[in-house]
Write a new protein. Structure first.
Lengths: 353, 353
DNA sequence: CTGTGCTTTGAGAGCGCTCTCACGAATTGT
DNA sequence: ACAATTCGTGAGAGCGCTCTCAAAGCACAG
C-alpha cells in the first residue's frame, strides 16, 4: 500500500525492451511491428508474444522523427466554433473524412481556427504535426493557405477562391449542374417567369450556382433578368426576395441558392400573400435540415457532403502515397490523382416545387 | 519555370541550421527558442534574427521525443459523430477548453470515439501523442478509461460512472441540486402532478438529475411515479414523453433532463393538444441554444458548460504542471489540485414554466 | 569443394531536439 | 591578492524509432 499522493506512472515499454524479451534485435521487432513479410514465422511469433506480454505500443514521436512522417492529417476550418458546430454541413464532412481515415491508419486533427490568431494554427501545422491538410469553408481573405501549400500537400473542400491557383487539388460539388437541375424543375413545372436569389457573389459556390441558373433559363428561352443577390443568410435571402417581388411581381418560380436563404424567402412570400407552390414554386440548395424547418418543406438540390469529406480524405491520402513512391523515378509518370473531383447533385422533391 | 509535375518541398530548417547562421551552438538556440533568461542579449538578438530569416519552426516530434512531453491534450468523446455535432453542449465545452488552452501553448486533439473500435483511440493515446486526456460524456460501459488512467493524467467532465474511483479528477455541475431547483419551480407554480423524462440511466448526469427531481417531489409530498427514461436525444425525449402522457394523462408539470429532449417533449405535448405552460409546465436542463429553438422558449436549469470546459482544461493543466515540478521533492506537499470541482446551476425563467 | 545468388537477421547511423555537465569568464568575498 | 561562486556557453549523450548496409545462412550449380 502506497501512501504517496502522486504515484509515478510506469514507463512505456520500448522496442528495445521487446527485442530483449523476444531475444532478437531491435530491427527485427520493428519489421514485425510494421508488418514486413521477410521475417521467419517463429520469430514473428516470438515477437508478437513479447509485444503482447509487455503491452507494447510504438512511440509516435520517435517513429515520426525517424520516418519523417506522422500518419496524421489536419482538417482546417477557418470558422468560429459556434458556426462550426451549428452547421450540419461540417458534421457531415467530418463524418466522411473519418470514414475514409478509418480504413487507413491515419488520424485526424481538427483545427477550428476561428478568432484565434491563425499563426498559431500555421505554426502547429508547420511543426510537422501532420503530413497533409484538408481545408474547408475557406474564405477569400484566408491567405495563410498559400504558405501552407509550400509546406505540405493540401486538399480543398470547395473550389478555392483564387482562380489563378490551377495547381490546387480540390473536391467540389457541381454547383452549376445542381443549380441547372433545380431551375429545370421549375421550368418542367410550367413556370415561365423564374427568378433567383443568389449566394455571395464573392464565393465560388455563389457564382457557380448563378451560372447554372442562367444556363437553364437560356436553354428554355426564358428571360434572365429576375436576379437578386443574397449572402447565404436568412436575412439576406429575405431582403433579396423582397426586392425581387417588387421588381418582378409576376414571378411564378424562384430558385434560391441555399436552403437557409430559402426559409427567408418563404417567409417573405407568405408575408406577401403568395402561396407556395401555388403562386410561386420554390427550389432551394443544400438539402440541409433548414430545408424542412420552414413553413413549407423545400424542394432542394441535395449535395453529398459526407461523400465530399470522404473524397477529400481520399485524394489527400492518394497524394501522400504517390509522394512516398516517387523517391527515385521522378520522370514524367502519369498523373494518377486528379486535381479536381466534382461530385454530383440530385434533386430532392418536397412540397415547395 | 519548372515543368516537373511534382515539386519537392524544401526541407524544414533545423535547430542546427539556425545555430550555424547565428554562429552559436545548438544548445544556445534551444535556450533562446524556449525562452530561457540565462542568455546574453546580443546572442538572443542574433538567434532571433536567424530564426526569422530561416523561418524556423521547431519540430514537434523531435522535441517531444527528447523532452518526453507533447504539449498536447486529447478530448475524448465516446459518442458518435452525429450526436457530438448535434448537441450544443459539446460545442460549449470545446469552446471553454480551447479558451483555456489558448492561454497556454498546449493544443487540443479531438477524439470522437464513436463506433470506431475504441482500441484505435486507446492506441493513439497510448502512443504518446498527448500528455493528458479530458473525457466527457462517459458511459458506464466505457472501460477503456481505466486503462487510460494508468497511462496519463485524466480529467472527467461529469462525475465518472464507476463510483469506486475516488482518485479520479473531475469537473461536474451539481446535477442533483439543479434538478431539484428546476422541479421546485414546478412545485412553486402550484403543479401537483409532476413527471420527468430522465437522461440516460448509464450516465451519472442522468442519474443525478433524477435524484434531484425525486428529492424535490418528496419534499413537497408529491407522488414520484411519473418517471420515463430518455437518452438525451430529441427522439428519445419525444418517445419518453409519449409514454408518460399515455401512462399519466393528468400530468400538469414536466421536468425534462435536457433541453434537447425538451424540444422533443414540447412537440409531443403540442401534438397531444396540451398547451405549454397552460396545461403542462415544462422545465428543461442545460440552457443550451435548443432551449429557445422549440415552439415555446424553455424555462431551464442553466449549467455553465463553457465554464466546465475551461475548468476541465485548467485542472488538467495544473496536474501536468504539478507532475513536472515533483521531480525531486516528493514529500507530502499539500494537494494543490482538487479532485472534484463542482459548478453551480441556476434557473433561467422563460415561457414554458 | 568453391562460387553465385538469394533471404533472413543484426549492427549502427541518424532523425531534430532537450538537457546534463563541464569549462572558461566574470563577479564576489576575504 | 587568490579562492569561491555565479553565469553564459558549448560539447555530447541520449529520447525511441527507421532504414541502410553488411554479415550470416542457405540453396543450388559447376
Amino acid at each position: 500500500m502506497t501512501t504517496s499522493v502522486r504515484q509515478t506512472r510506469p514507463p512505456q515499454p520500448t522496442l528495445e525492451m521487446v527485442a530483449e524479451v523476444a531475444g532478437v534485435s531491435r530491427a527485427t521487432v520493428s519489421r514485425v511491428v510494421n508488418g514486413s513479410t521477410r521475417v521467419g514465422p517463429e520469430i514473428v511469433a516470438a515477437v508478437t508474444t513479447a509485444v503482447e506480454e509487455l503491452n507494447y505500443v510504438p512511440n509516435r514521436a520517435a517513429r515520426s522523427l525517424a520516418s519523417r512522417q506522422t500518419q496524421a492529417l489536419a482538417l482546417v476550418v477557418p470558422e468560429d466554433m459556434t458556426r462550426f458546430f451549428g452547421d450540419p454541413y461540417f458534421a457531415a464532412v467530418v463524418q466522411g473524412i473519418t470514414r475514409r481515415l478509418d480504413q487507413s491508419d491515419f488520424t485526424l486533427n481538427l483545427l477550428v481556427a476561428s478568432s484565434d490568431p491563425q499563426h498559431k494554427t500555421l505554426r502547429y501545422l508547420r511543426s510537422g504535426n501532420v503530413d497533409g491538410a484538408l481545408i474547408i469553408s475557406h474564405h477569400t481573405g484566408d491567405d495563410f493557405v498559400a504558405e501552407l501549400e509550400t509546406t505540405m500537400p493540401v486538399v480543398f473542400g470547395g473550389r478555392p477562391a483564387n482562380a489563378d491557383n490551377l495547381e490546387a487539388y480540390f473536391v467540389d460539388v457541381d454547383n452549376a449542374a445542381g443549380a441547372d437541375l433545380g431551375t429545370q424543375r421549375l421550368v418542367d413545372l410550367g413556370r415561365r417567369r423564374i427568378g433567383t436569389v443568389t449566394g455571395s457573389a464573392d464565393m465560388p459556390a455563389g457564382i457557380d450556382r448563378l451560372t447554372g441558373f442562367l444556363r437553364a433559363l437560356e436553354r428554355a428561352g426564358i428571360p434572365t433578368d429576375a436576379v437578386e443577390h443574397g449572402d447565404f443568410t436568412v436575412q439576406g435571402g429575405a431582403a433579396a426576395t423582397r426586392r425581387l417581388l417588387e421588381r418582378c411581381p409576376d414571378i411564378d418560380g424562384l430558385f434560391v441558392a441555399s436552403d437557409l436563404m430559402g426559409t427567408g424567402a418563404l417567409d417573405v412570400l407568405r408575408e406577401h400573400g403568395r402561396s407556395v407552390p401555388g403562386d410561386v414554386a420554390v427550389v432551394g440548395f443544400d438539402d440541409s435540415p433548414a430545408a424542412t424547418r420552414g413553413s413549407v418543406p423545400l424542394t432542394t438540390v441535395s449535395q453529398p457532403s459526407e461523400e465530399m469529406g470522404f473524397a477529400m480524405a481520399d485524394v489527400l491520402l492518394r497524394r501522400l502515397a504517390d509522394d512516398a513512391d516517387d523517391d527515385d523515378d521522378d520522370d514524367d509518370d502519369d498523373e494518377s490523382v486528379p486535381h479536381r473531383t466534382i461530385m454530383p447533385t440530385r434533386l430532392v422533391l418536397r412540397e415547395s416545387a
